[in-house]
Design a protein around this ligand. Structure first.
Ligand code: SAH
Length: 394
């Protein structure tokens, strides 16, 4: 062991023995007082048994374990983990002529806690959520461009809003390798302008790919309302699926500009589509009953932290109640929550309450989750964040 050592309190190794990759501050008995955020540390039990190697940071989660056992955390380590991550995506057949947008690294789900990497054609967008990954960014970028099996030419680093503010790392969003090329990515044959420079998250919500595909099969002949549309993802699947009309709504004018540009990329001049830069709640309040027979509700995370849970659940209930109230008979509702702090059962209960409030007959057709390129480490159930229901409303 050559790294600084963090010693656990007696009995605090249980969750680590079950491969949960986080060490909470309350579990720590001692550590060197000159540790700096992002340092690589060894974690040992109170009696000196070595558990693993991880990244240290200040906060309630103090260590994120990178390897149970010993490992040297260097460029080679990242190259190996990234190659494993790519092997899974290749097995999922996500890198094809008609699909080049997918998540290559999903944090703990790819045994790289604190790291997100999304791929858009020849460009990889890195998001660091921990100081340790911030300091490793050059190794990660170099490992990405050396990966065999994909041709990454540009690596964009986008962590200004994801790193702990108090760590004073002052990250700059910028290219680590290469520069701007085309920003048109392809998802299941549909084209999207991905704004990784200024857009939300890494520029696109790759996590809804499978759910968008499912929507395509429900869209024929329907009047579709895509609420919280961002760059319009669900809308284009609906159009390809034969929707009668598609309305996209987002409160961000920038998002609507991107949606309009994506209409032109995929269905130039198609009069079935209209977009509205409006607040979703106001839009639902003012719209006529029976205007739509397929509604998508994909709001941003209402609860960013556990403390906001109660309000978030009320928010989901309120939003869904409005949709139940207005959707036409025989309508289909796709409703989602991407809040990590809200679990599947809590979300379902909020939607149930909304349904009961509307007094409509409601049945669950599908229960949705995140796609396979957002894998959930079985030892880290917190990695399951996206929940959705497809409902039939009589
Ligand atoms: N469904 C999208 C992703 C949605 S992300 C996709 O498939 O890509 C959530 C979106 O909700 C963001 O674009 C954000 O601008 C928008 N938003 C946030 N609050 C809103 C509100 N009150 N009304 C309408 N849109 C809102």
């Amino acid at each position: 062991m050559s790294n600084p050592i963090i010693t656990l309190k007696r009995g605090k190794e249980d969750s680590l023995n079950r491969f949960h990759p986080w060490v909470f501050s309350g579990a720590i008995a001692s550590m060197p007082n000159n540790l700096e955020e992002g340092d690589i540390v060894d974690v040992v039990t109170h009696d000196g048994r070595h558990i693993g190697v991880g990244h240290y940071q200040i906060g309630s989660i103090m260590v994120r374990i990178l390897e149970f056992g010993t490992a040297t955390i260097n460029r080679e380590f990242f190259a190996t983990r990234l190659a494993e991550a790519l092997r899974l995506r290749q097995a999922l057949r996500l890198n094809r002529d008609d699909n080049n947008a997918y998540r290559l690294v999903h944090g703990e789900g790819d045994f790289l806690p604190g790291l997100i990497v999304d791929i858009y054609g020849n460009t990889a967008v890195i998001q660091a959520h921990s100081p340790g990954m911030h300091f490793a960014r050059t190794d990660i970028a170099n490992a990405l461009t050396s990966l065999e099996g994909i041709d990454i030419k540009n690596v964009y680093y986008k962590s200004e809003t994801t790193l702990p503010y108090k760590a004073h790392l002052d990250p700059q969003n910028d290219y680590l390798i290469g520069g701007f090329e085309t920003n048109v990515a392809i998802e299941n044959g549909l084209k999207f302008h991905v704004d990784w420079l200024k857009g939300q998250k890494t520029g696109f919500f790759v996590d809804q790919r499978d759910n968008r595909s499912l929507l395509e099969h429900f869209a024929r002949g329907r009047r579709v309302l895509n609420m919280f549309c961002y760059t319009g993802g669900f809308s284009f699947y609906a159009m390809r699926g034969g929707a009668e009309l598609v309305h996209s709504v987002d409160s961000s004018a920038k998002a609507i500009t991107l949606t309009d540009a994506n209409v032109e990329l995929n269905f130039p001049g198609d009069a079935r589509h209209k977009s509205f830069a409006e607040d979703a709640f106001k839009f639902l309040d003012s719209m006529e009953k029976d205007s739509y027979d397929l509604i998508v509700l994909d709001p941003p995370a209402f609860a960013k932290h556990r403390s906001a849970l109660k309000n978030a659940l009320r928010g989901y209930q309120r939003l869904n109640a409005k949709a139940f109230e207005k959707i036409s008979s025989g309508g289909i509702l796709f409703t989602f929550s991407c809040s990590q702090a809200v679990n599947k059962d809590q979300f379902r209960l909020a939607v149930f309450s909304a349904a009961a409030q509307s007094r409509r007959k409601v049945r669950i057709l599908h229960q949705l989750t995140q796609p396979a390129d957002h894998p959930i480490n079985i030892y880290h159930p917190e990695g399951e964040y996206l929940k959705g229901l497809i409902l039939y409303v009589e």
